[in-house]
Design a protein around this ligand. Sequence first.
Ligand code: C2E
Ligand code: CA
Ligand code: CA
Ligand code: CA
Length: 274
Amino acid sequence: AKSNGRGQYSFYDAQTDESLQSRRAMIRDLRDALKTDGLSLNFQPLFDADGTTLTGYEALARWTHPRHGAVSPMVFIPLAEEAGLIEELGAWVLNRACLEAVTWPATVDLSVNLSAAQFRGDLVGTVKGCLATSGLPASRLHLEITESLLINNTDAVLRTLHGLTGLGVRIAMDDFGTGYSSLAYLWRFPFDKLKIDRAFTQNLEQDPKVDLIVKSIISLAHSMGIRVNAEGVETPQQLARLQSHGCDELQGYLLGRPSAANLLDHAHARHDAQ
Ligand code: C2E
Ligand code: CA
Ligand code: CA
Ligand code: CA
C-alpha cells in the first residue's frame, strides 16, 4: 500500500504519544522499513513562471506503517534523525530519486531534501556515488537545505556545501523566511535557488504586508542572481500575485500534487535542450 499523496496521514503523532515504548517500536519499524524497501517516494511537479511548463519534481519521502498507515515525514524524518538512521534514509532517498530522474526528459530536474544531520557524514561522497550509479547529470540535481543547517554555521558545513557545488549540483534554501536571520545567510553562501515558505504564499491575498515582503524577497534574490520558487500555491489569485512579482518557479496543489513515480505526466516538459 502507498500513501495517497494528498497529505492525509494517520493519527499517529510522536509528539502526543506518551509511551516511550511505542516510540521505540516506531524506530524499530522504521529501521525494518529501511531494510525491506518499505519506504517510497512521491514526486511533486515544479513549474516555470508561466505555471504550465514543467521544470522538475521534488522528491518527498513516504512511509506506510503496517499498522498505523501513512506516517507523515514531519514525524518519521525527525524520528530517523533521533535514531541515527537519517544518513541511511537520506542516502536511500537520493539513490532512489536519482534512478527515477534519469528516466525523465533531460529538461526536467530533480529536487531532494537534505536533513542537517546528513552533513555529519560523507555527504559529498554519497551524492557523488548516487550521480555515478544513476548517470544523472549533476546539473539536474537540486539539493534543498534549511536555515537550521546554517545556524551553527561551521566551516565544516560550508566546506561540504562547496564540495557539493564542486560536483556541479545546485543548492536551494528551503522554507525561506521561517527561520531566524534568513537574510544573513544569502551572502554567506552562493545559493542557486530560494524557496519561499508556504506560510507566505498562503497569506499573500489577505495581508498586504505579506505581499510586500514576498515582492521584496524576490527582488532582493534577483539582485543577487538567485532564482525564486514559491511553495504552496493553492489558488489562482496567489498564482497571479506571484507571477506579477516575477517569481521564477511555482509549486503547489493548484498546479500539481505529489504522486507516485509511475503516475507522473511529463507532457508539459520543455522540448528544447537547455
Ligand atoms: P518541504 O520540503 O517544505 O516539502 C513541501 C511539503 O508541502 C510537502 O509535504 C508537500 O506535500 C506539501 N505541499 C506541497 N504543495 C502544497 C500546497 O499547495 N499546500 C499544502 N498545504 N501543502 C503542500 P510532505 O510531503 O508532507 O513533507 C513535509 C516535510 O517533510 C517536507 O517539507 C520536508 O521538510 C520533509 N521531507 C519530506 N521528504 C523528505 C526527505 O526525503 N528527506 C528529508 N530530509 N526531509 C523530507
Ligand atoms: Ca523541500
Ligand atoms: Ca519547503
Ligand atoms: Ca518544510
